[in-house]
Design a protein around this ligand. Structure first.
Ligand code: ARG
Length: 589
């Protein structure tokens, strides 16, 4: 279905051209004076200059032309030359009925040219528990993936594990100190390595910080860890076997954690998967004359004339020949191009890495790791702060594990729901989980991603205001009305959405028409907050309509069925929106 603004613009444009004016003046926008009209066109103001005519005269001509157009209830010219428009309720009801018949997409068209887009999000580091710093990438990335899929694009999410580098050497070194008898450390060992890992996830999570702390004040220990890293990276078999154990144990745990967030990845690749691509890539950069030695290191210049600040060269290899975070990201691009040939790669990473990604992208473009048309996009997100405005911490001031954060919010939600005494313990626990997830995700996604925000449990879990639970509450309210209607033995099979009778009903209907525009904008801008803003407006309109209208008590069956149809559409649209935000609604709450 065409978007409502496009349909209106088409009619107004026709009016402009048939009066002899250029078509470019017919553009219609949402009204910025909703008290006066629903839509407006300011084209007459601009046309006045070209046609040397008073704007009001032009607006008047257009208004007359539109006066018998069935799309409009009113088309008025107002001084000095604006065109104020109101939709005809019959036309509006017809538009919504068509949306409703399209039961999954509600009239939102898929992209004409679907793209293949890879998303680099999550970015956890193995052997380290997920903490609140990982929350935003996961939540935002998951939503962008879902928005893209809804719009008909192929979206491939890659978790891009941090599984390469010193942290691995540290774990190996600590393990060797504790259990030197393990076969992994025996260089002469020729047999198969055990299938079972020599540690559990909780041991692993303890080993890493212990080793990391030791290496800080023990130079010999640190040297050993660096040596182990080197040997691992140069193919020592026992260490590689340990690496796969570390990965397996970690990934199992990460998957469980992400599942609790309703976040999933198509690819579980990591930095280590990019390593085989490094030698050829580096050689080619040298052969093509892009990479050169500067102060011992191999670098590629990436500064551009138009830069207003200094962009340092992109370092490819350190002076000892070791690869870096950059090298891995570049080699990952090589791998992605080879295996998937994406039209675009979007990185959802902390905005403090912006300069770094500028260097990596420029280097990839300059050295032709990607094609001219390949879009590399950095979506930097801000920090999640506590109420004190500083990065979110535990009460004791430590780094908060994601699991603990979620269970705190689940508990808070459970208390609220249990206080209502409407469900048994099990249902209350399940419902609390669903609602808590909406609180966390909506609290995050309703902000523009690049901004910092304050994680405020009290506000996020509130059933009122611009929150996830409020949106769910609205959906549950609709579900309950629909169930009661059904319980009266009625259905809407023969019914249709009817022309609005009241202002609140029309306002709800107008909100509904904005669905596809909101989705489209959210995709283009990679901005889930667009979807949040849209459903907040829609939920408010629904609740206003609900408070002003007798629905279940309505005696006129046809009118009642019309209301129910409108509620069904609203529910469908709200559910489609929360689905792309990555959460769902319970049956009751
Ligand atoms: N593991 C990284 C970190 O903790 C984030 C990875 C981001 N993605 C990337 N392709 N570099 O900072």
């Amino acid at each position: 279905m065409k978007k409502i603004l496009d349909l209106i613009t088409a009619e107004v444009t026709k009016a402009f051209t048939s009066c002899g004016y250029h078509e470019k003046y017919g553009k219609v926008t949402l009204s910025n004076r909703p008290d006066l009209c629903e839509y407006q066109c300011n084209g007459a103001m601009a046309a006045a200059k070209e046609y040397k005519k008073a704007p009001f005269l032009i607006a008047d001509e257009i208004a007359k032309k539109l006066s018998d157009n069935e799309m409009f209830l009113a088309a008025e010219s107002v001084k000095p030359g604006f065109l104020n428009l109101k939709l005809d309720p019959v036309y509006l009801a017809g538009y919504l009925q068509e949306m409703k018949q399209d039961q999954e997409r509600f009239g939102c068209e898929k992209a004409e040219n679907p793209r293949l887009i890879m998303l680099d999000y999550g970015g956890p580091n193995v052997a380290k528990p997920l903490h609140v710093g990982h929350l935003r990438s996961a939540i935002i990335g998951e939503s962008i993936k879902r928005i893209g899929r809804f719009m008909g694009h192929t979206m491939i999410g890659d978790v891009h594990l941090g599984d390469w580098g010193l942290q691995m050497g540290l774990i190996i070194t600590e393990l060797k100190e504790r259990k030197p008898q393990l076969v992994y450390f025996d260089e002469g060992y020729e047999g198969e390595y055990p299938a079972e890992a020599p540690f559990t996830i909780s041991e692993l999570e303890e080993i890493y910080p212990t080793a990391s702390a030791k290496s800080k004040d023990d130079a010999v220990y640190k040297e050993a860890a660096m040596q182990a890293t080197y040997e691992l990276q140069h193919g020592r078999k026992g260490y590689q076997a340990l690496l796969s154990h570390i990965l397996n144990v970690s990934v199992t745990d990460l998957k469980r954690n992400y599942e609790n967030l309703n976040v999933s990845f198509d690819l579980w690749k990591g930095e280590s998967d990019a390593q085989p691509y490094i030698p050829d890539m580096v050689q080619k950069m040298k052969d093509d004359g892009y990479a050169y030695i500067s102060e011992g290191a191999l670098v590629v210049d990436v500064k551009e004339e138009t830069d207003t600040k200094e962009i340092p060269p992109c370092m490819i290899l350190k002076s000892d020949g070791a690869s870096l975070y950059n090298t891995t990201d570049l080699a990952t691009i090589v791998n992605r191009m080879e295996e998937y040939h994406p039209d675009e790669i979007i990185y959802i990473v902390d905005k403090r890495q912006e300069l770094y990604f500028t260097q990596v992208f420029r280097c990839a473009q300059k050295t032709h790791l990607v094609e001219e048309s390949t879009k590399l996009r950095f979506l930097g997100f801000g920090t999640m702060n506590g109420k004190d405005g500083k990065p979110f911490k535990t009460r004791e001031g430590g780094i908060m594990r994601l699991e603990h954060l979620l269970s705190e919010i689940n508990e808070e939600m459970y208390q609220k729901i249990a206080d209502n005494h409407t469900m048994d313990e099990n249902e209350a626990r399940e419902t609390a989980k669903i609602v808590a997830l909406s609180a966390v995700k909506y609290g995050d996604l309703s902000n523009q991603a690049s901004k910092d925000y304050i994680f405020d449990i009290d506000r996020f879990t509130s059933f009122e205001g611009n929150t996830g639970p409020y949106i769910l509450y609205t959906i549950v309210r609709i579900k309950s009305i629909l169930a009661k209607y059904q319980a009266l033995g009625k259905d809407t099979k023969e019914a249709k959405i009817l022309p609005a009778q009241t202002a609140s009903e029309k306002a709800l209907m107008l909100e509904l028409t904005g669905f596809s525009a909101a989705m489209e904008a959210a995709f283009l801008e990679a901005a889930p907050h667009r979807v949040c803003a849209y459903i907040y407006g829609l939920a408010n309109a629904l609740n206003h309509f609900y408070h002003e209208t007798k629905i279940l008590a309505e005696e006129d069956e046809t009118a009642q069925a019309g209301y129910i149809c409108l509620l069904e559409l609203t529910k469908g649209v709200l559910e489609a929106c929360i689905d792309v935000l990555g959460f769902s609604a319970p049956e009751r709450m």
